[in-house]
Design a protein around this ligand. Structure first.
Ligand SMILES: [Zn+2]
Length: 312
């Protein structure tokens, strides 16, 4: 009974939201309704100042709103064109505005170590929004098409780099950073961390902090251990050189399939999705093929991709 009610109310709520959105977009495109027209005409009721409110201020507020709605409309149209160009059957959904205050993130149950005050290890960001986060690891494949595709589709993602794979072309990731992507730490040499001493782990993690700072001007706040394996020493070493959080992943994307951590084999609000910089030599497709596949899943399930750094 419960589940029937849930499935009935959901589409209704969505359609109300859609109607409001359409109304907002329509009102932004409408001409002033009183026919006065002209720059000084003041327009319809929207532009009329409230009693006691300065006229310019009211016009400024409604003008800013109109400009915003118009910007959103244009971005959406451009995204639809880009989606067609890149072979997506549907354009990516718009992410909601970032939270005013970042959620408090704690270590996932069962992922704890004995240490206290260590960076949290998590696979999902606590949020009620229907957003997921895309993260791309390692750095072997340096496909210029990926940069173009993600910029044109305006899909945010975060890169977790391992120096031994990126050092033959730091410039590729500089372009990525210039396009608004944050570059994070995935160690110097992609070793299995729990097999190393504290000192060796520290060299791997803190050495990569230094390398990213030197090459890209910014010390990463996020670190992901290779294979998702870590122990207390890993987290202590990471903390010692400025790592604030350790995002793992809830799902992994490939060009031909998804792999899921959870038993329900589904996405959840705030899930972190992992994929890799790989090409046809490593798996069944190119980077754009992989993005098409994962975006098909994400969009079909009603999720938008948001910026991880807006939440963490
Ligand atoms: Zn890796």
């Amino acid at each position: 009974m419960r589940s029937i009610r849930a499935t009935r109310t959901l589409p209704l709520r969505r359609s109300v939201g859609a109607v409001l959105l359409v109304a907002a977009l329509a009102s932004a495109c409408a001409e002033p309704s009183d026919g006065a027209g002209g720059a000084g005409g003041g327009g319809g009721s929207q532009g009329k100042p409230a009693p006691g409110q300065p006229r310019e201020q009211a016009q400024g507020a409604s003008g800013a709103l109109n400009a915003y709605v118009e910007k959103v409309r244009k971005q959406r149209a451009a995204r639809a064109v880009a989606a067609k160009k890149w072979g997506l059957d549907r354009p990516p959904l718009d992410a909601p505005a970032p939270p005013a205050v970042k959620p408090r993130i704690t270590t996932r149950k069962g992922f704890e170590t004995d240490g206290e005050g260590l960076p949290p290890v998590f696979t999902t960001v606590p949020t009620k929004e229907k957003v997921v986060f895309l993260t791309i690891d390692d750095g072997a494949e340096k496909d210029p098409e990926l940069l173009r595709m993600m910029s044109e589709l305006r899909i945010p993602y975060s890169a977790f780099l391992s120096d031994y794979l990126v050092k033959d072309d730091y410039g590729y990731f500089k372009k990525m950073q210039d396009a608004g992507v944050s570059l994070h730490n995935h160690t110097l040499n992609h070793r299995y961390m729990p097999g190393l001493s504290y000192e060796a782990q520290k060299r791997e993690i803190c050495g990569m902090q230094d390398t990213i700072e030197k090459r890209y001007g910014k010390r990463p706040p996020l670190f992901r251990p290779p294979y998702g394996n870590y122990n207390e020493d890993t987290l202590r070493a990471a903390r010692s050189c400025g790592v604030k959080a350790v995002p793992l992943w809830a799902a992994e994307a490939f060009p031909d399939r998804m792999e899921w951590r959870e038993w329900d084999r589904d996405l959840h609000p705030g899930d972190i999705v992992l994929t890799h910089f790989r090409g046809k030599g490593d798996w069944k497709g190119s980077m754009p093929d992989m993005i098409r596949r994962v975006m098909k899943t994400i969009t079909a399930k009603g999720y938008a991709v948001a910026r991880l750094e807006d939440y963490v």
